[in-house]
Design a protein around this ligand. Structure first.
Ligand SMILES: [Zn+2]
Length: 348
């Protein structure tokens, strides 16, 4: 299999003055496509711009760009046709620690069918920002960030449909910022910030974290003037969706003796899964509607199950005693094409 010729035009933008400089060509060798579900999209041309006076003067930057493009290809990242990849100094006001690189993709490639209702929202702009020399020169960061970009390109439309509510369309761009920072990751607005040390040194396979943060951006509960969903419930809905749809094979963590229904993340997410299984299979869908419409009811559990939270929590934990390993697993047969709450609680 022969990958089409990829041409890189590298040019400079010095200040506001655009100077087209000597372009050079890189020949890439095709790798086996990693994607199993659709034919790989072949690149016809890739136009690479290297912008910003500071960036173009970076020592070794041309070699870095060349290696980045080659290694992304080798990792099986298949960007859509007709993209421009722009390496530029970024202008994030939060970041003042030297040069950063932004790589901008303009995808619009997913076909989701069948789907009911409106068409899934597609990302039209995905930016990878590598903040700081210590980050963008780190071995493997470009490959990792490209995989993360591919994940959000593929899954954003799917989660948009899962969380679809009337008269609400999420934004169509995401920025993935990798930087040296405490913690793992966070999301605000349309930006996901990720610790480069976490993904390269601590947990190289933690793409579930990217899915979690992306779900927050799809939900956009904080948009349009704040939200009324409590934080623990928001994280519960998010981890519910992550584990029911994105990684149904991953076992959610066990409830500990000090956990409550408000322990957030996987504990609350597992609790919601159980409520759907036993009481109301559209429970999370309703929570999502309340969160988006800012109509969160204080008696949300009573309203949809007829029981208060404490009673439900007790029942939930009694149920967990009856299944091996105290574990809830969403069904494995949930396909990404099947949009809806079709999972069930199974045993392993
Ligand atoms: Zn979260």
């Amino acid at each position: 299999m022969k990958r089409s010729l990829c041409i890189l035009f590298v040019s400079f933008l010095l200040g506001c003055l655009y100077v087209a400089d000597t372009p050079f060509t890189v020949h890439l060798t095709a790798q086996e496509a990693v994607q199993k579900e659709r034919a790989p999209i072949q690149l016809e041309t890739v136009t690479v711009f290297l912008r910003g006076a500071g960036l173009s003067k970076q020592e070794g930057i041309y070699e870095w760009v060349d290696r980045a493009v080659r290694s992304a290809s080798a990792e099986g990242f298949v960007p859509p046709k007709d993209i421009s990849v722009v390496f530029q100094e970024n202008a994030d006001p939060d970041f003042r620690d030297g040069a950063s690189i932004s790589i901008v993709f303009n995808p619009k490639i997913i076909s989701l069918s069948p789907h009911e209702g409106r068409a899934p929202t597609q990302l039209e702009k995905v930016t990878i920002a590598l903040d700081g020399e210590e980050v963008f020169k780190q071995e493997g960061i470009y490959e990792w960030s490209c995989k993360a970009a591919q994940l959000v390109i593929e899954w954003f439309p799917i989660f948009d449909k899962i969380f679809e509510t009337e008269e609400f369309i999420p934004g169509n761009e995401i920025t993935l910022r990798f930087r040296r920072m405490d913690g793992v990751a966070n999301a605000s607005g349309t930006t996901i910030r990720i610790s480069d040390n976490w993904v390269l040194r601590q947990s190289r396979q933690d793409f579930g974290m990217v899915a979690h943060e992306m779900i927050h951006i799809v939900q956009r509960y904080g948009g349009r003037g704040g939200t009324s969903i409590p934080g623990w419930a928001m994280e519960g809905v998010t981890d519910f969706a992550r584990h029911a749809y994105y990684e149904p094979d991953v076992v959610m963590r066990r409830n500990g003796p000090n956990d409550t229904y408000r322990s957030s993340y996987q504990v609350t997410g597992g609790f919601f899964m159980w409520i759907e299984h036993v009481y109301d299979k559209e429970f999370v869908k309703k929570l999502n509607q309340h969160a988006r419409n800012r109509t969160w009811p204080d008696d949300v559990f009573e309203k949809y199950t007829g029981k208060d939270a404490e009673t439900l929590w007790k029942e939930h934990n009694e149920f967990l005693q009856t299944i091996p390993d105290n574990r809830i697993l969403p069904s494995r047969d949930f396909g990404r094409e099947k949009l809806g709450n079709t999972y069930s609680i199974t045993q392993r």
